[in-house]
Design a protein around this ligand. Structure first.
Ligand code: NOJ
Length: 552
């Protein structure tokens, strides 16, 4: 068993840089073309050099991989393709030795249809207690042949699937991901046991998948909710999302986290814009932190970035007493990578661009590179914690034109590619500029990497002072040196419509130039910039960190 992290301030996560590992695409150790836990362990020195405080591993549990591992068949084991429990222990130990904490994903809204509970439920007749752990329901219409309600799946189509015996079960994601019934005591107990199972192995925290969906109003008649969670009511009255009862679940989880020293941390994934209700999940009596995905949905524009950051800081200040943490995210395994996304015109939705397989509009990768670096430097200058997605430190672009037959994501496959799948941000990392899989595997990579990945390889970038990898390393190190607990941000130069400029309370400043002409810098010492300065000015589409004379 691995020991807990040795010298931990309990609230390390408040200002952490957390690096998201999508294990199947990170590094493969055994040549089967699928990344694994031993591969991740072998790359820990790279992550230590990058300077991250923690890694978050997306699900590595046994899974039929219908949804990239978010269809879990056993919450207390490791998928044999990714390793063993001993590999988890070895990874945690090796990470802790390097001062890196480890967060795992908990998927409590749904299991895989291959989970023993669902197999038993499916085999049992309607009305059998084995079905109570899920949401089984009779259909509507003549002979119950219509779904029980109009609820939609996030992956397209109805959220109900009919079994041959006539009953329907609920799945807010794919039909192979049946939703659990959180009114059932077995379900509650199982997840508490699962949290302890991983915490006992030295896991430092948990990322909670679709945290706002667990509690559902199944009272009759089922209420209409045809719109997914896009426009949630702000009073907890939606039948499926963000119901008040869900908080009791997280209060019980907090009691589990507090059984450990240091207490385990958690971060909630909720797809509603961060607001007063979302912050309820971040209460110190619950999960502590909630993702704010607004930057990940922002186009490259000063007004949209400024709007997001101001709103997030204001939300945070309003809830400061409750203790919730600020978070920032620019890329993840669910959205097109920001080195491509930010090159799009503001009126083009990234999903629509992916739907055209990157053909319309064509993007300029150099523009994307500059903007992505500028956006990252802005994010890393903000108070709070930053969640990085593997490969963004290499400046990797999205791969929107993978061969159709290679695509795996259910969103794309199920809709005949009418809905944009998420494979393009999950392409395995290039570690070396040569070799058939760019050093990812000695076998054949499970998703093909385009030849254009070669110049992004880690080995090309590692000693290049101008590379994106070097920029991330410098920024993370500097941020650590400059970090302070005060989350106050003072806005400066607000009259320049091309510039976003703020000062942290210890005197450090960050200026992002969204405009088309170089922007003047006040006198002072430049600490870091995303592009070389242009005669002392910040070039268009770039960011500089600096300190004025006399500032601490
Ligand atoms: C959110 C995860 O990030 C995503 O990848 C997954 O498909 C859904 N939750 C369902 O678990």
């Amino acid at each position: 068993m691995s020991a807990s992290f040795p010298s931990a301030p309990a609230d390390w996560w408040r200002s952490a840089v957390v690096y998201q590992i999508y294990p199947r695409s990170f590094a493969d150790s055994d040549g089967d073309g699928i990344g694994d836990l031993a591969g991740a362990r072998a790359r820990l020195d790279y992550l230590a050099d990058l300077g991250v405080d923690a890694i978050w591993l997306t699900p590595f549990y046994p899974s039929p991989l219908v949804d990239g591992g978010y269809d879990v068949a056993d919450y207390q084991d490791v998928d044999p393709r990714l390793g063993t429990l001993q590999d988890v222990d070895a990874l945690v130990l090796a990470a802790h030795r390097r001062g890196i904490r480890v967060i795992v994903d908990i998927v409590p809204n749904h299991t895989s249809d291959q989970h023993p509970w669902f197999r038993a439920a499916r085999a049992a007749p309607p009305g059998d207690p084995a079905r109570r752990r899920y949401h089984f329901h009779d259909g509507s219409g003549p002979d119950g042949a219509e779904p029980p309600s109009d609820w939609r799946s996030h992956f397209g189509g109805s959220a109900w699937e009919r079994l041959p015996d006539g009953q329907w079960y609920l799945h807010l994601f794919s039909r192979e991901q049946p939703d659990l019934n959180w009114d059932d005591p077995d379900v509650r107990q199982y997840f508490q046991d699962t949290l302890r199972f991983w915490a006992d192995r030295g896991i430092d925290g948990f990322r909670v998948d679709v945290a706002h969906a667990l509690a559902k109003d199944m009272s009759e008649p089922l209420r209409s909710q045809p719109t997914l969670d896009a426009a949630l009511p702000q009073d907890g009255t939606d039948p499926l999302y963000d119901r008040d009862e869900v908080h009791e679940v997280y209060r019980s989880w907090r009691r589990v986290f507090e059984e450990y020293d240091p207490p385990r941390m958690a971060v909630a994934e909720t797809w509603a814009p961060t607001n007063d209700r979302t912050y309820l999940y971040a209460r110190p009596t619950e999960l502590g932190q909630v993702f704010d995905f607004s930057l990940l949905k922002s186009a490259w524009s000063r007004d949209s970035f400024l709007g997001v950051v101001r709103r997030a800081l204001a939300d945070h200040a309003r809830h400061a007493d409750a203790g919730g943490g600020l978070t920032w995210v620019l890329s993840s395994h669910d959205v097109p990578r920001h080195a491509s996304r930010l090159a799009l015109p503001p009126d083009v939705a990234p999903e629509d661009w992916v739907r055209t397989r990157g053909a319309s509009p064509r993007i300029d990768l150099e523009t994307g590179r500059r903007r992505a670096r500028a956006a990252t430097l802005m994010m890393l200058a903000l108070p709070g914690s930053a969640y990085l997605y593997q490969g963004e430190e290499l400046g990797l672009p999205e791969v929107p034109d993978l061969p159709l037959e290679a695509l795996q994501d259910p969103i794309g496959r199920r809709s005949d590619h009418d809905l944009p799948g998420r494979d393009g941000c999950r392409v395995p990392l290039p570690w070396t500029s040569t070799g058939p899989t760019f050093g990812f595997s000695t076998g054949r990579s499970w998703l093909p990497q385009p030849p254009s990945f070669a110049p992004y390889a880690a080995d090309v970038q590692t000693d290049d002072p101008a590379s994106t990898l070097t920029l991330y390393r410098r920024a993370i190190a500097l941020r650590k040196a400059l970090q302070e607990p005060d989350t106050t941000v003072t806005w400066l130069s607000t009259d320049d419509p091309g510039v976003l400029h703020f000062r942290r309370s210890n005197g450090w400043e960050c200026l992002v130039n969204f405009g088309t002409v170089p922007s003047e810098l006040p006198d002072g010492q430049v600490l870091l910039s995303s592009e070389p300065l242009d005669g002392g000015k910040v070039p268009p589409e770039s960011t500089a960190w600096f300190r004025r004379p006399g500032a601490e």
